[in-house]
Structure formats: structure tokens, C-alpha cells
Design a protein around this ligand. Structure first.
Ligand code: CU
Length: 428
């Protein structure tokens, strides 16, 4: 019997599933409201959300209200070893910590502004009183530097939401101000074993600089999951047979078709909540549009190291300029010595593709500019992956006991592609 089929529950689990919120609606409340009482999985408390490379925000329970404290501030941020910036975020990170709560909870959120300019917080996708919606100038005065405001509302619905400023948005999003807000359903009717959360974002950090450029509109050069680029992004570790949810929120300026290898998933939720089952269908790539959240769920049936990445190939690259002449097929090598007379150290690239770039970087053939990552730096057990940016690995393994990184997958004999000839005219 798997964990998911387990129907025996103890009293503590029952209480947890019923929630600790002030509204107090639980199993008994559901019956009173005319709905059927929760059974089976619905009685299991939800597993905590795993924010890749991140964490959830602690709270204090005060007279039935969950109190959180967000501090908007300038921070030192690292995309991957080799690139650091001055960013803006919350409580020391970008994205800020994930706020996790339960449907029916009353939440009180203090926001202290330690930025050099005013800010607000908008609770994206949450239905709340108008004065709590956080649009500076429309719903409230701006929170000036040094001030603390308090927001308080009841979470009426479950699902994946976000928080971000609604003040000088162009600058504050470009600088990294955003976070996930996950509201668990009171009755855990769609229980999963692993629940991951990823904020998608883009950055314009010009080579050799340390501050994101907020004036860039479309031509960004860093693409991140929770502020990190591959290979610095945490892997998602899953036991074979587990049910997995990945919550994705997009605060970038581009849509991201997120593609999963090794499993078929359904899109089960948006920033307005759960999608009815009749409107879900199987797919392997889900578009996460700008300014929304998308939840996917799947059963991890096949063990292995499965790529999970944006399918826009420029989004699985780190820093590169895009307005370059096309060097493909252009015989440049004969010119190199002549150009090098005027530009010492010059050598051409890209005649046969760009895969050589990482090799050159690794050989220290050419220096990348200060504070700038190679554009495709990830490595795997078989060499360069030739990807950076929005990419990580779902590691599915039989019989896992912990979620420590199990290392790379060792394929059973006869189940990995192999070379059978080095002859280009080989005819099987
Ligand atoms: Cu993308």
C-alpha cells in the first residue's frame, strides 16, 4: 500500500488537515456547509512547498491570525558562482521567501520599506478588500522609505499566487522584487508527495556591470528559476511512483513554454485556482504567460535524470548579446591572423555552431568580461550540457529514503544510446 492510499489517520493529522486558521472551517465545517466530509488523501496534511534554492517565510500565530513580516531591501544576489549583482528583494533574497498559508486563514503581513524609494505590495490573484490590493496611489499611499505598513485579509481560495510591488513596477520588478504566495486547500483533495515552486524571471545585467538595467524591455540576458541560472538551480528529487506538483509563476517580460522530459503532466491550476478536471489534458510543454501562475501535476513513473527547461532556446543560455552578425558557415579562420594584428588576442567563433564556446571558455582560450557567466555553462556526466538559464533536472529514483541529491542516473545495461561507428558513411 502506498502512502497515498493510506487511509488510516491519526488525530494530529486530522487536526492539521482541518487547519489552524481563524475561520475554523474544517471537516466538520464542510459537513455543516452541506459538502461531503473529507476522506482518504483529503485528510492528509499537505506536504510543505519546496521553493528551489529558497525557503518559506516563518509566521507567528497571534490570536488566530498568521503574522508575517516582509522587509523590502537592497541585497547582494548571486545567479551562479561568478555573477553577483546588487538586487532588490525581500528578507535578504530575490525572489523573497514563499508565503505559505491555508485557505480560510486570516493573515497579517507587515511590510517594512528599506529601499531608497517608496514601494507597496500587491497580492496577485488573491481576492481581498480593495484597500488591501496594494496599488500605490489607487488603493493606498506609497510606503515611503523607512515606513512600515500592515496588510490584513482572509484567504478565501486556494492555489498559487504571487506578491510584488505595484509602485515603480518597471524598476522594482527588473531589480527582483517578487515572491510566491501558496495557499493550500483546507481539504487536501489533490494530495501530492512533492510540491515544488519556481518563480520565472529575466534580467538585463550588461557585461561587467553589477546592477540590473530596468530600461531593457525585451532583450534580457539572464533567465532564472528563483533567481538562479543552470547549473546553480536545485534539482527536483523524486521517488519513483510519487505524485509531483510544480508551481510556476512568471514575473518576467516573456512567456515561457516549460517543457518536462520523462513524464506527461496536466495543467491543474492558474492564479485563479484549480482547473476543473474536465478541462485538463495531457501535455509535456505548458506555456506560462507573463503575469500568471501555472501548476502542473504528474506521476513520476520513469526513473532517470529528466531535463525540465524553457523551450525557448535563448532562455536556456546565460549572458550573450543577440544583435550579432550570423557567423554560421562564414570561413573566418584565414582572417584571424590579419585581424589579430590590430586586435591582439582576437579569434573567430561560430563558423560551425556555438558549441565550441564553452570549450574555449573552459580552456581559458578567451576571457569572459568581468562578472559575466559563460553563456552555456552547465556540465553533466557526459560533458557540457550547452545550456544555462532556465533549466534544471528532475531526478527520479526507485526507493529513495531521503531527498538528498542522489547523483547522476546510472542507466541499466543496454538502455543508453551508444556509438556504433565513427565512419560518416556508415550504413547499417
Ligand atoms: Cu523562456
Amino acid at each position: 500500500m502506498s502512502e497515498r492510499d493510506e487511509t488510516k489517520v491519526n488525530r494530529r493529522q486530522l487536526l492539521l488537515a482541518a487547519g489552524a486558521g481563524a475561520a475554523g472551517a474544517g471537516g466538520a465545517g464542510a459537513v455543516a456547509a452541506g459538502r461531503s466530509a473529507p476522506t482518504g488523501d483529503a485528510l492528509r496534511p499537505p506536504v510543505p512547498v519546496v521553493t528551489l534554492n529558497g525557503r518559506s517565510l516563518p509566521y507567528k500565530l497571534k490570536s488566530g491570525v498568521k503574522e508575517f513580516h516582509l522587509i523590502a531591501e537592497e541585497i547582494e544576489h548571486e545567479f551562479a558562482p561568478g555573477t553577483r549583482i546588487k538586487a532588490w528583494g525581500y528578507n535578504g533574497s530575490t525572489p523573497g521567501p514563499t508565503i505559505e498559508a491555508v485557505e480560510g486563514d486570516r493573515v497579517r503581513i507587515y511590510v517594512t520599506n528599506k529601499l531608497p524609494e517608496h514601494t507597496t505590495v500587491h497580492w496577485h490573484g488573491i481576492l481581498l478588500p480593495n484597500g488591501m490590493d496594494g496599488v500605490g496611489g489607487l488603493n493606498q499611499p506609497q510606503i515611503k522609505p523607512g515606513e512600515t505598513y500592515v496588510y490584513e485579509f482572509t484567504l478565501r481560495e486556494s492555489g498559487t499566487r504571487m506578491y510584488h510591488p505595484h509602485a515603480d513596477e518597471m524598476v522594482q520588478s527588473a531589480m527582483g522584487m517578487m515572491g510566491l504566495f501558496v495557499i493550500h486547500p483546507r481539504e487536501n483533495r489533490h494530495a501530492v508527495d512533492r510540491d515544488f515552486a519556481i518563480m520565472l524571471h529575466n534580467w538585463a545585467v550588461h557585461p561587467g556591470t553589477y546592477r540590473p538595467d530596468p530600461s531593457v524591455m525585451t532583450d534580457f540576458n539572464l533567465w532564472t528559476f528563483n533567481g538562479k541560472v543552470f547549473p546553480a538551480i536545485d534539482h527536483m528529487i523524486v521517488r519513483t511512483g510519487q505524485r509531483v506538483r510544480i508551481r510556476m509563476a512568471n514575473m518576467s517580460m516573456h512567456d515561457h513554454p516549460m517543457h518536462l522530459h520523462g513524464a506527461h503532466f496536466k495543467v491543474v491550476g492558474t492564479d485563479a485556482g484549480r482547473i476543473p478536471e474536465s478541462a485538463q489534458w495531457l501535455m509535456t510543454t505548458a506555456l506560462v504567460p507573463v503575469g500568471t501562475t501555472i501548476d502542473i501535476e504528474f506521476d513520476a513513473k520513469l526513473p532517470g535524470d529528466w531535463a525540465f527547461h524553457c523551450h525557448k532556446s535563448h532562455h536556456t543560455m546565460n549572458a550573450m548579446g543577440h544583435d550579432i552578425p550570423n557567423p554560421l558557415g562564414v570561413k573566418q579562420r584565414d582572417l584571424d591572423p590579419q585581424i589579430a594584428k590590430h586586435l591582439p588576442g582576437y579569434f573567430s567563433m561560430g563558423e560551425q555552431g556555438m558549441a565550441e564556446h564553452q570549450v574555449h571558455t573552459d580552456m581559458a582560450f578567451h576571457d569572459t568580461p568581468e562578472n559575466t557567466l559563460p553563456m552555456a555553462m552547465g556540465q553533466g556526466p557526459f560533458g557540457n550540457l550547452e545550456m544555462g538559464g532556465m533549466m534544471t533536472i528532475v531526478k527520479v529514483r526507485d526507493g529513495l529514503r531521503t531527498y538528498e541529491d542522489p547523483g547522476y542516473y546510472s542507466a541499466p545495461a543496454g538502455t543508453r544510446a551508444r556509438r556504433v561507428s565513427a565512419d560518416p558513411d556508415f550504413k547499417p
